[in-house]
Design a protein around this ligand. Structure first.
Ligand SMILES: [Zn+2]
Length: 267
């Protein structure tokens, strides 16, 4: 364990470090974005901007024009690993999965490594059926560990990579969810996000909480679905905000729902 080096007010590329927040550094990018990052990639020179540098580079090298679809795959990969607010972050970034510096830093190098294989796969299976896969799901995104698979192959592969042994029985995580009658999302969340032991994850009942999930709304006990219909906010959004983020009902209802596209960075 090393002691934390104080990075406050230092400059790394386009980023100026503002303050320590939790285990990360809060930085301001020259483009105006506020960006959170661990100290290591800053000092190594792996992170030089909020992402705007790469965006410019991808335009310059024409990666976007070459394949917007592959460009989006690259972005999604970065988000899964580095942006905590991404839905699937707990399966990637939170588990320590990273993107190699070569790719994270320079999208044109990602294209250099993967574009040819990508085009081959697309010509055989179509764009929609082309997903990027890590051969070893405990290892990072880097050329030697990545390939393209169809959605079905990807799904099978994801499952087969998550073997769990409990009381002498080895099953995939999806087999366990059926065996234990615990929803997949709940089991994933317990094991990987909340870092419960297998024993606790397998033996804590889910149904009680779910059934009694009634909230006080305008003086009545109401389910999230019925509130969702009344206020016209997506049920999933309400559920996420109230249950997962622990927001008040009022805040969950009144905060506007961001469209996916509006998350795009500026500059
Ligand atoms: Zn920026």
């Amino acid at each position: 364990m090393s002691t934390t080096i104080d990075e406050t007010s230092k400059r790394y590329g386009r980023l100026v470090v503002l303050a320590r927040e939790g285990k990360k550094w809060k930085c301001k990018c020259d483009c105006g974005n506020i960006f959170m990052t661990p100290g290591n990639p800053l000092r190594r020179g792996a992170t030089v901007s909020c992402g705007c540098y790469n965006k410019e580079k991808s335009t310059k090298h024409g990666c976007c024009k070459k394949s917007l679809h592959l460009y989006r795959k690259w972005r999604a990969m970065i988000k899964r690993c580095y942006y905590e607010e991404t839905d699937s972050y707990y399966l990637y970034g939170a588990r320590g999965i990273t993107v190699c510096d070569r790719w994270r830093n320079d999208i044109s190098l990602f294209f250099e490594d993967m574009y040819e294989e990508y085009i081959k796969h697309v010509s055989l299976h179509g764009k929609y059926n082309t997903t990027i896969d890590r051969i070893d799901s405990n290892k990072n995104y880097e050329k030697s560990n990545c390939r393209f698979l169809t959605r079905r192959e990807q799904a099978n592969n994801t499952r087969s990579n998550n073997f769990i042994t409990y009381k002498g029985k080895t099953k995939t995580i999806s087999e366990w969810t059926r065996f234990l009658n615990i929803p997949m999302t709940a089991l994933y969340s317990r094991i990987y996000k909340r870092k419960w032991t297998i024993d606790k994850s397998f033996n804590t009942p889910v149904s009680i909480k779910r059934k009694s999930l009634e909230l006080d709304f305008n003086g009545e006990k109401r389910s999230i679905s019925s509130i969702s219909k009344e206020v016209n906010v997506d049920r999933g959004v309400l559920y996420h905000r109230i249950i997962k983020l622990n927001w008040t009902i009022e805040r969950a209802i009144k905060t506007p729902v961001k469209a996916r596209q509006s998350k795009k960075r500026q500059g």
